[in-house]
Ligand binder design. Structure first.
Ligand code: ADP
Length: 463
């Protein structure tokens, strides 16, 4: 039951509701039967009393005898009480000496011409319906006739009804118990499965998946858990890969730095040109290290959510033009063509100039890095409240199935790309974060072998 606590609670709730309904229904049915039986008995007793009265009032000589045999036949007791309180006639099982049910005020009412009906419990616990009626003679009311009808047979019938009700109730409860157990299991099983799965995922078994195919909320929750596990798995894998790459990336320039520094320090070069070449390599490798460390630092800040923007009203056209200028050398070195369509006039935008430049530079660097031949087109355009920066290259492109992941930290298309082209797999995730911080949007479309199109849209919020 411990593992199935939700099922237990659910079952308990359903059973409690069922019990409440069952008990109130049983109570109502029992009340209905009781009042029906009592009503019938009361009416029957009163009608019998009317018959006796009619017999007595007929006044012929055989009246008493008829009354006695009718009383015996009807299984009732009769007491005919004279005005002075004496018993004129008695018949039936009820003890003639017990007259405690004959109370003065009721007798007085009967001698006033009224009828009385009441329920009477004798000293032995026997219950009777009593109907008292006046017997009229020629000179007014002669006597009071009491007819007592025992409720014993009626109680027996009622007891039988109660037994049937109890049995039906127990049967229904047992049925409900089974049904509830079944329902609770069906409802709670997927939850228990999800609990086990999430515990496994939390313990690091990220391959765990739920196979619940349902179209309701539980199904979508299971789907969300599966997505979460897949994301975590990818995150762990890329992170491990990134750490392996990062240590490799760090080790390579450090080895170069150590090696060439040693060569220069020991004078193991033949002329000044050779020495300058070695110093150049040292400079390049130091720069590469710097870039890597910068990216890592940026990433660390991002993970802490600490990238404050210095918001200003800036000229985005100028920022983009400057980024293009910075890339001109690299573009030329690769024999590519750079076509820039940037407005001459200022394109004002509210943002952090340094960060906006970082976005444009990063996208341009990627375009140059992943393009071997052809051209790179850079466009800045403004349209009402929108400012767009578009970079289109004719490079190696990105396969469609990889596109959803390229903004993830450490993600690189083909694991060898970064090393071959010199990236860290952090550029686009940094770009996306910065675009988000500016309230903008970035879309990348690509075709392997044909090229890539990056489009950044900012929404103007000029003061
Ligand atoms: P990196 O520093 O490795 O370039 P990014 O986060 O900038 O990392 O990009 C992620 C991956 O997306 C890159 O490793 C590269 O494979 C791919 N990519 C990004 N831009 C382009 C592009 N313009 N053309 C082709 N592939 C690209």
């Amino acid at each position: 039951m411990k593992h199935n606590r939700i099922g237990f609670k659910l079952g308990l709730a359903i059973l409690s509701v069922f019990l409440i309904v069952l008990l109130s229904l049983g109570f109502v049915i029992e009340r209905m039967f009781s009042s029906f039986y009592y009503g019938e008995k009361e009416q029957e007793t009163e009608e019998l009393a009317l018959h006796f009265t009619a017999m007595a009032e007929a006044g012929d000589s055989s009246a008493d005898r008829m009354m006695l045999s009718f009383a015996e036949f009807s299984e009732v007791s009769i007491f005919n009480i004279a005005r002075d309180g004496s018993t004129k006639l008695h018949s039936g099982l009820h003890d003639a000496a017990d007259r405690s049910f004959i109370r003065p005020q009721e007798t007085a009412a009967i001698f006033n011409g009224e009828r009385v009906n009441f329920l009477y419990t004798d000293p032995d616990g026997g219950r009777y319906f009593v109907s008292g009626q006046p017997i009229a003679g020629q000179t007014g009311i002669q006597s009071a006739l009491y007819v007592m009808s025992s409720t014993a047979s009626m109680e027996q019938s009622l007891d039988a009804v109660r037994r049937i009700l109890l049995l039906a109730g127990i049967g229904a409860f047992m049925l409900a118990l089974g049904f509830t157990w079944f329902i609770a299991r069906i409802l709670s099983r997927p939850l228990v499965q999800m609990q086990h799965a999430t515990r496994k995922i939390a313990a690091g078994e990220l391959e765990t998946r739920l196979s619940l195919r349902r179209s309701d909320e539980i199904g979508s929750l299971a789907g969300a858990i599966n997505d979460l596990a897949a994301d975590l798995q990818r995150y762990r894998d890329t992170r491990q890969e990134f750490l392996a790459n990062i240590s490799h990336e760090l080790r390579t320039p450090i080895t170069y730095l150590q090696g060439y520094a040693k060569v220069v320090r020991s004078g193991l070069y033949e002329n000044e040109d050779e020495k300058n070449l070695y110093l150049e390599i040292i400079g390049q490798e130091a720069h590469r290290l710097q870039q890597l460390v910068d990216d890592l630092f940026e990433l660390a800040k991002m993970e802490e959510g600490k990238i404050p923007l210095k918001l200003d009203t800036v000229d985005f056209a100028q920022i983009a033009a400057q980024a293009v200028r910075k890339q001109e050398l690299a573009v030329k070195a690769k024999g590519l063509q750079l076509l820039a369509d940037i407005p001459e006039q200022a394109v004002m935008l509210s943002g952090d100039g340094k960060r906006l430049e970082q976005i444009t530079l990063n996208l341009l660097e990627n375009a140059v890095r992943y393009t071997e031949q052809g051209e790179i087109r850079v466009t800045v355009r403004e349209e009402n409240e929108r400012v767009q920066f578009i970079v289109i290259d004719t490079g190696i492109g990105i396969p469609e199935e990889e596109l959803p992941y390229i903004f993830e930290r450490f993600y690189r298309v083909e694991k060898s790309r970064s090393r071959q082209y010199g990236g860290t797999g952090l550029g686009l995730s940094i770009v996306r974060q910065l675009v988000d911080l500016h309230g903008g949007q970035i879309d990348i479309t690509s075709k392997p072998g044909a090229g890539t199109r990056c489009e950044v849209t900012f929404y103007r919020k000029l003061q």
